[in-house]
Ligand binder design. Structure first.
Ligand SMILES: [Zn+2]
Length: 93
């Protein structure tokens, strides 16, 4: 194989890798939207509690957080202000 041929081969190969990479990104972007879980770390809200809540939807996670808050932190009800603060520290993964 001469140099010219191998260069063309390398160019083709890198191009293919780019294409595969692009397709993978597209697949992950489409799939990622469905599979993202919402995560709440109680620590992010201040304090030293290590509890972590995880759910597929925000509503579900807020329910879990509210239950945890009532049991562990004597939180009677979740005010709208509190809810907004909680939502601001919720992460997606
Ligand atoms: Zn906690």
């Amino acid at each position: 194989m001469n140099i010219r041929k191998s260069r063309t081969l390398i160019r083709l190969l890198t191009c293919d890798i780019c294409l595969i990479y692009l397709i993978l990104i597209i697949i992950f972007t489409i799939k990622g939207g469905e599979d993202l879980a919402k995560i709440f770390n109680c620590k992010d809200f201040g304090g030293s509690c290590n509890w972590k809540g995880r759910a597929e939807t925000l509503e579900e996670l807020l329910k879990k957080i509210s239950r945890h808050g009532a049991i562990k932190h004597n939180m009677k009800a979740m005010s709208d202000d509190m809810k907004l603060k909680i939502i601001s520290v919720i992460r997606e993964q």
